[in-house]
Ligand binder design. Structure first.
Ligand code: FA5
Length: 347
């Protein structure tokens, strides 16, 4: 706003007041309003410079001009506040319109989850073995060195310990590397004859790839009775595979070494991801190691207080996570623990 060149007088104050009121009334935005405030009421604004001029007026004019100036200032301040309140009211109205909720609409229904594919397979395996007279046992994930290794005929410094590198905890405890310690706990708790399975999570300090995880699931199986033979073992394994795959799958049995069985075998399944052609899951071999097994070593029976002269038995360690991969055609084990709901919702 132009500063008056003439000495301040009543009509100049009146003119300034009217101009400013008109600008306030027609301001369209808060910014426009702020500009009027700065120009008229601000520290360097028109009213301030009028005030400075007052000293140059004759005393009788000064009193009258002072009154007018104050009245104009108050009037303009009030007009600014009122106009600002209008803007704020309009902004609030717009926000409430945008945030409007229809509380009478029905709520979205609950979104049911689904069981993890490993859990689905575990339940099938449990149902089958329960129907065959086996009991389902549980064992601790934090194990003693004795149960995980020594009682399975793997003394300290035995090279077989290197095959199952693990996470050691304080006090000689460790995260179990397999479900086989539950064999020992089963024999300690129950006298033979004994049929048991033990599904559970196991841990290994291992490089992760398409078919290896550091945390995965196994199902241990064991039957202790009189005159148990490899024929019994093969019968139960065949029954299991038929039930899970609902059709014949190609398997091969080859010798395998585990200190807690004698003789020991590896049961491999023809890779169902590539149909034996070779892929990252079977490491291009066409076969996937699924279920090592064998007849329980007499030392293992003896250490758990079972007389090997009277009793013998078979044991197997099924790779449950791999079984789930074969059953559902999952081509990378890492998907199972990814927590990715797009993957999990398919089951
Ligand atoms: C064992 O763990 C023995 N305790 C199995 C056993 C039990 C043998 C009873 C004899 C008698 P192995 O380390 O091979 O064996 O593991 C068994 C199965 O677990 C493998 O065949 C495979 O299917 C699965 N497995 C092993 N390592 C991994 C891994 N890193 N990720 C996913 N699955 C694995």
């Amino acid at each position: 706003m132009e500063l008056p060149t003439k000495l301040v007088n009543l009509s100049l104050i009146q003119q300034l007041r009217e101009d400013a009121l008109a600008r306030i009334a027609s301001a369209e935005t808060k910014d426009a309003l702020e500009a009027v405030r700065v120009e008229v009421l601000g520290r360097k604004g028109a009213l301030a410079s009028f005030s400075k001029e007052m000293g140059r007026l004759a005393p009788e004019e000064r009193a009258e001009a002072g009154k007018k100036l104050n009245a104009a200032k108050q009037e303009l301040e009030t007009a600014l506040e009122q106009r600002l309140a209008v803007f704020e009211q309009e902004a609030l109205g717009r926000r409430l319109d945008a945030e409007w909720l229809d509380l009478t609409l029905p709520a979205p229904g609950p979104r049911p989850g689904s069981l993890h594919p490993v859990t689905l397979i575990q339940r099938e395996v449990e149902d089958l073995f329960l129907s065959l007279g086996f009991r389902v046992l549980d064992g601790p994930e934090v194990e003693t060195e004795y149960h995980n290794f020594d009682a399975l005929n793997i003394p300290p410094h035995h090279p077989a310990r290197d095959m199952q590198d693990t996470f050691w905890l304080d006090g000689g405890r460790l995260l179990r590397t397999h479900t086989s310690p539950v064999q020992v706990r089963g024999m300690e708790q129950f006298r033979p004859p004994l049929r048991m399975i033990a599904p559970g999570r196991v841990f290994r300090n291992e490089e992760v790839d398409a078919s290896h995880e550091h945390t995965f699931y196994q199902v241990e199986g064991m039957m202790i009775d009189r005159d148990v033979s490899v024929a019994h073992l093969i019968y139960f394994m065949q029954t299991l595979l038929r039930r899970i795959f609902r059709s014949d799958v190609t398997v091969r049995l080859r010798p395998g070494y585990f200190p807690f069985v004698e003789p020991g075998f590896e049961l491999d399944i023809r890779c169902l991801i590539c149909d034996g052609e070779g892929c990252p899951v079977c490491k291009q071999s066409g076969w996937v190691e699924l279920m090592p097994c064998g007849l329980v070593h007499p030392n293992v029976l003896r250490m758990s207080g079972v007389d090997p002269e009277e009793w013998n038995g078979f044991a197997f360690g099924l790779g449950l996570t791999r079984l789930a991969m074969m059953r559902y055609g999952i081509d990378d084990i890492r998907l199972l623990q990814s927590g990715d709901l797009r993957f999990l919702r398919q089951f």
